[in-house]
Ligand binder design. Structure first.
Ligand SMILES: Cc1cc2nc3c(=O)[nH]c(=O)nc-3n(C[C@H](O)[C@H](O)[C@H](O)COP(=O)(O)OP(=O)(O)OC[C@H]3O[C@@H](n4cnc5c(N)ncnc54)[C@H](O)[C@@H]3O)c2cc1C
Length: 539
């Protein structure tokens, strides 16, 4: 295999100790959506923030890369709730100073292939309901009850988030209100809740057709996260015009305007703590940056198992707490470049989800026992079809991406090797898995046959290499009912000056991480200082 050339699509400023300002008001570890949102909101309040990103480009899972004349996203396939002046849209507009534009996907934005049946998710609440009713004419009551549960979960989701942003004593006071807002189903497993509404296994499968968006099948996932995702996409999917990297690219100027910077190639090796108080960070090159305020957006595992001194984690009780959370699934990604435009090849603005049958949990269990069993889910996305600007950057071409689960353990033996040089046995194993996934592509998109000019496969080791997820976690912590009830997963830690943000303190998703950034900022500065900013964002 020819050596792969590193991507030249890079944003952020390369870290060198001499490029640092003498002082910062806060350091943010990680430039994903959680870190950038926190940094941008603090910047708006006049803070000078230093964002430190270990990768060669900023954006975390929102970064894009290019190779051989093609460009792919790695963790942004569609975003919901941005087609109207929603809270989500207003926050994106504010962070990007209106520079981020959104392109709608097709009205049938998700298609589920469940065994030999095909179902589509339709944009719009009424359309969603009518479409389901057409496919399940005897299930009107279940469908309406389901929509009622989604509606009831909306207010509870906000209360849940606000509760996490409060100080512990405030949260205790607010708990009766939060409980009152929270429907019984909130922390139950998704399957149980849906099973009470209907016996129709196909209907349950269709309602859970987006389970890959949170990484847990219905018998393991939490209804609140299911509801959050279902609500998020109820009005369809949207794609950032110009590619996923435009998200970070449009936010960074806000941080720079206040005197801050987003540094790349900037791996933090330790969060420095002295007598229970944060004093700064130590970089991989040994350089120390002093600062009394550090916000970690690098995830719970990184923060508590890799960045903080072990004795501090033990003494502050976090070691025990970590036993209640696990890493989410890891995944394979296939990044495909094709000759011919999306239009010429007929590539859709619809995501495909391919399932062997309607029992998603059983399919996962079988696959984990036997790697030759069918993939429990194969997801296919057509980024160049969704991005109206793609052809301006890469004329005459198109791209496809495939995502499928794959346990980290299958690849652990190559952990200590270097990206692009992991050896022939690794390449052969990847190629075998890749071939199986390409069969799914050709089955569902025969037009792609003969047009594939280039493809490469990422494994959980790539997720570790580029994103710093040591188990190749797709979504940070697994969204189990137990995790969702861990009240310590909040912005404020018991270590003075250390704050958390990003997908692990709320939920996965670009919007989940963005809202976590908002909650972290609110926790840090307090409601009084945050109120005028919120007014500017939302009025
Ligand atoms: C394949 C895939 C598809 C997805 N599709 C979608 C989608 O379609 N829509 C959607 O809304 N969400 C999607 N997501 C989820 C979404 O991308 C994430 O939930 C979200 O972007 C996470 O943001 P974050 O800021 O919490 O974390 P991240 O984006 O992971 O940011 C954390 C950052 O910390 C950095 N870091 C780690 N350790 C260190 C260190 N020691 N020093 C310095 N930096 C460090 C990492 O390099 C990383 O950049 C997808 C995710 C994946 C993997």
């Amino acid at each position: 295999m020819a050596a792969m050339t590193p991507s030249t699509l890079r944003i952020g400023y390369r870290y060198r100790p001499k490029r640092l300002a003498p002082e910062y008001d806060a350091i943010v570890i990680g430039s994903g959506m959680g870190g950038l949102t926190t940094a941008a909101l603090l910047s708006e309040l006049g803070w000078k923030v230093c964002v430190l990103e270990q990768h060669y480009t900023a954006g975390g899972y929102t970064h894009s890369y290019e190779r051989n004349g093609y460009e792919w996203d790695v963790g942004v396939h569609y975003i919901g709730d941005v087609g109207a002046q929603t809270q989500t849209r207003r926050m994106f507009d504010f962070l990007s100073d209106g520079q981020l534009e959104w392109a709608p996907m097709a009205a049938e934005y998700d298609r589920f292939y469940i065994g030999d049946k095909i179902f589509n998710a339709k944009a719009g609440k009424q359309e969603f309901r009518d479409n389901l009713l057409r496919q399940f004419p005897n299930e009107q009551r279940a469908i309406d009850d389901y929509l009622k549960l989604l509606a009831a979960s909306g207010g509870a989701l906000s209360a849940f988030g606000m509760g996490r942003a409060m100080k512990s004593w405030q949260q205790s006071l607010a708990q009766p209100y939060i409980n009152w807002k929270t429907p019984d189903v909130f922390f139950r497993n998704t399957y149980e809740v849906l099973r009470e509404l209907t016996d129709d296994k196909d209907l349950i499968a269709v309602l859970c057709g987006q389970w890959g968006d949170m990484g847990l099948p219905p018998k393991q996932s939490t209804f609140m996260v299911h509801a959050m995702i279902a609500r998020h996409y109820l009005y369809g999917g949207y794609y950032p015009v110009g590619g996923a990297w435009k998200i970070a690219d449009s936010i960074i100027p806000k941080i720079q305007k206040a005197g801050g910077e987003v540094f790349t190639y900037a791996r933090v090796s330790q969060v420095l703590v002295d007598e229970g108080r944060v004093t700064g960070v130590e970089m991989k090159d040994g350089h120390r940056i002093e600062c009394a305020c550090v916000i970690s957006s690098a995830g719970i595992d990184n923060t508590f198992n890799h960045l903080l001194p072990a004795d501090v984690v033990e003494q502050t009780g976090y070691k025990k707490k970590l036993a209640h959370v696990q890493p989410s699934f890891a995944h394979l990604g296939i990044y495909i470049g094709l000759t011919g435009t999306a239009e010429e090849l007929g590539l859709p603005k619809t995501n495909y989800w391919i399932y062997p049958d309607n029992d998603y949990d059983a399919a996962v269990d079988t696959f984990l026992e036997d790697k030759n069993a069918p993939f429990p889910v194969v997801y296919i996305s057509f980024p160049s079809a969704k991005d109206p600007d793609y052809l301006n950057r890469h004329p005459g071409t198109s791209t496809i991406e495939i995502v499928a689960p794959a346990p980290y353990e299958w690849f652990a033996q190559w952990h200590d090797t270097i990206w692009g040089k992991r050896g022939e046995d690794y390449e052969a194993f990847k190629a075998e898995l890749g071939e199986r996934l390409m069969t799914h592509l050709y089955d569902k998109v025969p037009e792609a046959r003969g047009k594939v000019d280039y493809f490469e496969i990422s494994t959980p080791l790539s997720t570790d290499w580029f994103g710093g997820y040591h188990q190749g976690e797709l979504y940070g912590l697994a969204h189990t009912p137990e995790r969702m009830q861990q009240k310590w997963l909040r912005p404020q830690t018991t270590i003075k000056g250390l704050w958390l943000t990003g997908q692990d303190i709320l939920t996965c998703g670009v919007t989940g991480a963005m809202m976590a950034g908002m909650l972290t900022t609110m926790s840090m500065v307090g409601a009084r200082k945050m109120a005028p900013l919120m007014k500017r964002i939302y009025s």
